[in-house]
Write a protein that binds this ligand. Structure first.
Ligand SMILES: Nc1ncnc2c1ncn2[C@@H]1O[C@H](COP(=O)(O)OP(=O)(O)O)[C@@H](O)[C@H]1O
Ligand SMILES: [Mg+2]
Length: 162
């Protein structure tokens, strides 16, 4: 994380809300790697669904728990969706071809990214999803360069569908 990075916190009050936030993120974080952390059931895969929808991906997004990496290529865009839960070190990450997805022509989203934090490129976007007492509420802590965060904040604020 750089000194100039900024963190924005947004509340999602339902799974639909998390998907809507994901759609906005897709418009701000083109060609970036997004590292998503948070407990099981936090909503990492739902956020991934929203991001894919925002990119215009029409295929159904499923959790990459078992295959580790799912690739959705549509038109000239690609959404790489990785689950690093079972990757325990760098070597493991290289075994599954991590270097091929770190400069995406589209977006790369990595769940359980804390397991492979050392292999992520400079300038990756970090999102931590925290569960709240209210069963359907989540807090998303989104960290990236200040310029992107400011652009994102305006789009989230202006999105009246939420
Ligand atoms: N605000 C919310 N955002 C995302 N998921 C939510 C929310 N509220 C409840 N849920 C539920 O939490 C679960 C999240 O699952 P999932 O996205 O697979 O999490 P993860 O990938 O972090 O394990 C789903 O059952 C979903 O319906
Ligand atoms: Mg998941």
């Amino acid at each position: 994380m750089k000194k100039t990075d900024k963190t924005y916190v947004v509340a999602a009050c339902s799974e639909e809300d998390t998907i809507k936030i994901g759609k906005i993120l897709a418009s701000v974080f083109e060609n970036r790697v997004i590292a998503v952390c948070g407990d099981l059931g936090a909503g990492k895969t739902h956020l991934a669904k929203g991001i894919a929808q925002g990119m215009g991906i029409t295929r159904h997004i499923t959790s990459p728990t078992f295959n580790i990496l799912n690739i959705y290529k549509e038109d000239n865009k690609v959404f790489y969706h990785m689950d690093a839960y079972r990757l325990t070190d760098e070597e493991n990450a290289y075994d599954v071809g991590i270097e091929d997805i770190l400069e995406p022509e589209g977006i790369t989203l990595i769940e359980w990214a804390e397991n492979i934090i050392d292999v992520l490129p400079q300038g990756y976007v970090r999102i931590y999803i925290e569960k709240c007492e209210d069963e359907n509420k989540r807090l998303l802590f989104i960290t990236a360069d200040k310029e992107s965060i400011d652009r994102m904040a305006i789009r989230i604020y202006e999105d009246t569908s939420r």
